[in-house]
Design a binder for this molecule. Structure first.
Ligand code: ADP
Ligand code: MG
Length: 429
């Protein structure tokens, strides 16, 4: 079972006169000046936030901002100067030695940037090493290690030695070692930072895949916002020991808390982070209830509202097709009586998939005759993406995603139109 973590007013000052340093920090004196004046180093200043059970929580910030200090307090490799750290509601700072050892053995594993694998031990022995230290009997630890290696894609490599493995594979062994204890919390301190970009992306996917098969609470330290955005459910951004913002990737990109965060955000490849559904906007939609009519009503609505296109949905809001005044006129030309909307669907309008990254939409948008509808896996209509929306997205001076729009209800076409009733739309009662 994954566990939650609460960080409550946590401070860490390196040095023997923390009170003096904290007084200056509260008065707004910079970390650098405090160090110069007192010799005390502010590691973490008044951090408070919650990490939900089963989420990937990324802590990011420039080098020296306090990330490692923060994460090491979560298993008390570093003792906080003050404040509480709760794991599933229990204050781990109250733990005695025995309980603390248990916490480190059973609940929390840590993965570092470079794991010094032991060259004279096999991959299996390296993976089982932590369990061996914890006194787990041989058969049991080898079983756990074999399973952990399989989870990270290293089945078959058990008998190999570290120098036979690539850097990426060695990092997988490090991850397997952490997984072998089957921890509920995984602390990963820049675990992928030393890997080259392709291997790194692979490892990120691997981690997301592992999360799907078994959810753990992962606290992931990174100085790379692209990585943070890709894997993080929530992100905390640190600067000089302060937590300057906590939010979802979306919230941070939409509304950076200050210039420091804004500078981080500017460098992000937003087009890889955001999906079509994130940038979809409202548009004119009509509901097709009768398959054999609707063209005349829809044409009238478009003409009256001076619009070019309408998106046709089923009563359950599944996307059916797109009509334009031109496609409607062409379908109706020479036709007597009612005509179903499907006869006027624009064939060149191909919907965008909700999960497609924005970066993959450019090609489709270049040739699109109108804003393109976005639909999810189930065929549900989510909105449209226009070339204007895409241009705004690419403009780095505006937030990549526009604020939420109020939902515009689809128009109900009057099946009687144009005969018995004058109005093309059925008004809600
Ligand atoms: N053992 C220590 N003694 C003194 N200062 C330390 C110690 N560990 C970290 N610091 C200081 O705490 C600050 C945060 O360091 P760290 O948590 O390692 O940052 P990050 O992981 O974000 O690079 C830095 O200014 C660093 O110099
Ligand atoms: Mg660090």
């Amino acid at each position: 079972m994954a566990k939650s973590i609460t960080i409550d007013k946590v401070f860490k000052v390196f040095g023997d006169a923390p009170e003096q340093a904290l007084r200056l920090a509260r008065a707004g004196v910079s970390k650098q000046q405090i160090l110069e004046r007192t010799g005390q180093s502010i590691g973490v200043f008044n951090a408070s936030f919650d990490i939900a059970a089963g989420e990937i929580f990324v802590v990011m910030g420039l080098s020296g901002s306090g990330k490692s200090t923060l994460v090491r307090m979560l298993n008390r490799l570093i003792e906080p100067t003050s404040g509480r750290i709760l794991v599933d509601g229990e204050n781990i700072n109250d733990y005695g030695d025995k309980r603390l050892r248990e916490l480190r053995r059973k609940d929390i594993s840590m993965v570092f940037q470079s794991f010094a694998l032991m060259p004279h031990l096999s991959v299996l022995e390296n993976t089982a090493f932590g369990l061996e230290l914890a006194g787990v009997p041989r058969a049991e630890r080898e079983r756990a290690a074999t399973e952990a290696l399989a989870q990270v894609g290293l089945a078959g490599w058990e008998a190999s030695y570290p120098d036979e493995l690539s850097g990426g594979m060695q990092q997988r062994v490090g991850l397997a070692r952490a997984l072998a204890a089957d921890p509920s919390i995984l602390l990963m301190d820049e675990a992928f930072s030393a890997l080259d970009p392709i291997i790194r992306t692979e490892m990120q996917s691997e981690l997301l895949r592992l999360q799907e098969s078994k959810r753990r609470t992962i606290v992931f330290i990174s100085h790379d916002l692209d990585e943070a955005m890709r894997i993080g459910d929530h992100i905390a951004i640190m600067k000089d020991g302060h937590v300057v913002q906590v939010g979802t990737p979306d919230e941070i990109l939409r509304a950076p808390a200050d210039d420091y965060v804004r500078d981080f955000v500017r460098g992000v490849d937003a087009a890889a982070v955001f999906k079509a559904s994130d940038i979809a906007r409202q548009a004119l939609t009509v509901i097709s209830e009768q398959g054999d009519r609707g063209c005349r009503a829809a044409l009238r609505i478009l003409e009256d509202s001076d619009r070019d296109v309408a998106y046709v949905l089923s009563p359950r809001k599944h996307y059916l097709g797109t009509v334009s005044s031109q496609s409607l006129r062409e379908a109706l030309r020479g036709h007597q009586g009612a005509l179903g909307l499907k006869n006027a669907f624009m064939r060149e309008v191909v919907p965008l998939e909700a999960n497609a990254p924005v970066a993959e939409l450019y090609g489709a948008m270049v040739h699109a005759p109108c804003p393109l509808p976005v639909i999810d896996d189930a065929g549900q209509y989510l909105g449209v993406v226009s070339r204007t929306t895409l241009m705004r997205f690419l403009d780095r001076d505006t937030p990549p995603v526009l604020p939420e729009q109020p939902e515009v209800a689809p128009l109900q076409l009057n099946p009687q139109f144009p005969h018995q009733a004058a109005e093309p739309i059925v008004r809600a009662a």
